[in-house]
Design a protein around this ligand. Structure first.
Ligand SMILES: [Zn+2]
Length: 504
């Protein structure tokens, strides 16, 4: 369990930092034309069918472009010893995190600086995208019910858009590291505002300053590649749901990546885990960055925190901060950014999302590690009660369905087997009747209503069966379906029905 490959990893970080600088400079020197009007994306002489295809390529993943924070932290490595002994949430150690239990809401005013090229068009980020980005931050940091981050921990940190500045300045827009000097002309009091800059970053998605080193200085900032700002940022999948900003703000509030400073598999037991890895003990050690959205990946002998906002997985894969990450962020605010948050007795409840249009309702997926079984329910109260107990864990919103009958939908029958202790769902009335006539299955209720076939915007819900476990499993995740079907345990049976992946 010793820190492994230190030299290798350090070398990687330096290479990454160099690459990050070079992609910024590359953009400055005109290679920004890699983003052309056609779908095709060209970089380093290589052609990709789209920017999105590039973002999912090994070339992007090996470039260090996902996040530039490693290069920021490395700048302060020479101060390792003095830093380590500093406040409870220094750059290299955590102490007394339990003292930072969230009991009041901290609201952070945000000033967004949209830096555009001289033409005033290149680099534009609309007000709608800016507002949607603030929404995403609030959903994620408050773990708002029925939002994509609803299964996380409520950090009781929220964000308020205080203002937007727009600039037409190609020198700033294309600047590499010099941008930090130019910020002195733009920054809104960094002691009192979170300054977020959007600009050309080449193929780097985002970068943030560390509170222990930069709090309150003119270059104290979160910088986001303008293409990746806001929810549903165009043509930037799989980093198009505003989670680049959620991630970078996490750095700004004192968090590190789950693989931490050196990578490898550091000792994950307290107290060691407070001074290695990501300086947090309730994120399992992770050997290295994870991309995409693999099915329950493991390294270092435990499940990797692949859904954590501080990982490198797809935006749609992420849904949580751990409670100790919440403590560390609040520690960073209280110690390094004491004038940044306001209204700290604000009783504002977590944001409630706009109700789904067209009456759709979420299906919550819970899992019991003891029972090795999933449970699906549209009853939020049932979900909350089960999730609070020791048996069930809420995993996320599975898909969206109709709670009642309407034109073009069919009922989903729920059956239960007391002998097998599992539920079965079917839209097949005949299957329902046949099973109900046996001594094993009992028809309980119509669970919800779904589409029997494909319709615009709908997604298939796959049904798998395990003969060994005598259980069905339902998923709309094609990757999960394929991974499970490749095992000897699960067999893909059929498309159960069609539902919606989002609230519409
Ligand atoms: Zn990062």
């Amino acid at each position: 369990m010793m820190k492994q490959n230190n030299h290798y990893k350090l070398a990687t970080i330096f290479v990454s930092a160099t690459l990050i600088l070079s992609v910024i400079l590359l953009a400055k020197s005109g290679a920004a034309s890699a983003f052309n009007d056609e779908d095709e994306f060209v970089t380093n002489g290589k052609r990709y069918s789209s920017y999105s295809a590039y973002l999912q390529s090994d070339e992007f993943r090996n470039s260090g472009g996902r996040c530039g924070f490693d290069s920021i932290r490395e700048k302060f490595r020479h101060r390792y010893d003095e830093e380590k002994a500093a406040l409870d949430c220094s750059l290299f150690q955590s102490d007394n995190l339990g003292d930072y239990f969230p009991n009041v809401i901290y609201t952070i005013p945000v000033w967004v600086h949209v830096i555009r090229a001289d033409d005033g068009l290149t680099g534009e980020v609309s007000d709608a995208l800016i507002n949607s980005q603030i929404d995403v931050l609030n959903e994620d940091y408050r773990a708002g019910a029925n939002t994509p981050g609803g299964s996380g921990n409520d950090a009781q940190i929220q964000f308020r858009l205080a203002g937007v500045s727009r600039y037409n300045n190609s020198i700033w827009f294309y600047a590499g590291e010099e941008i930090y000097a130019y910020m002195s002309s733009m920054a809104k009091d960094p002691h009192r505002y979170l300054n977020i800059y959007t600009k050309e970053l080449g193929t780097l998605l985002g970068i943030a300053s560390a509170p222990a080193e930069s709090a309150g200085q003119s270059d104290d900032s979160v910088m986001i590649n303008y293409r990746h700002f806001g929810r549903n940022s165009p043509d930037t999948a799989p980093y198009d749901q505003g989670r680049t900003t959620t991630h970078e703000v996490g750095h700004y509030l004192g968090l590190d990546h789950p693989w931490g400073i050196f990578g490898g598999c550091p000792n994950g037991d307290p107290p060691f885990c407070y001074s290695n890895g990501d300086l947090i003990c309730d994120t399992n050690p992770e050997e290295r960055e994870i991309y995409g959205c693999p099915y329950q990946p493991e390294s270092c002998g435990s499940l990797d925190p692949y859904k954590n906002y501080m990982n490198y997985t797809d935006d749609s894969c992420m849904d949580q901060f751990t409670i100790e990450q919440v403590y560390r962020m609040r520690c960073s605010l209280e110690n390094y950014r004491p004038n940044l948050y306001e209204g700290n007795t604000d009783p504002t409840p977590p944001p409630t999302p706009t109700p789904c249009t067209d009456g759709l309702t979420p299906v919550f997926r819970l899992y019991s590690e003891g029972l090795l079984v999933h449970l699906f329910t549209t009853d939020e109260n049932e979900k909350n009660v089960l999730d609070a107990g020791p048996v069930w864990n809420f995993e996320g919103i599975a898909w969206y369905v109709y709670p009642g009958p309407r034109d073009g939908v069919v009922p989903v029958y729920r059956l239960y087997s007391d002998a097998l202790k599992v539920h079965l769902y079917t839209t097949d009335e005949n299957e329902k009747n046949v099973l109900n006539a046996t001594s094993i299955w009992n028809f309980e209720v119509i669970a919800w209503y779904v589409l029997p076939g494909y319709q615009d915007g709908a997604v298939p819900v796959y049904r798998l069966y395990s003969d060994g476990l005598k259980k069905h499993l339902y998923t709309r995740d094609e990757n999960e379906k394929n991974v499970l079907n490749a095992t000897s345990v699960w067999v893909y049976e059929t498309i159960a029905y069609y539902a919606y992946a989002t609230c519409q």
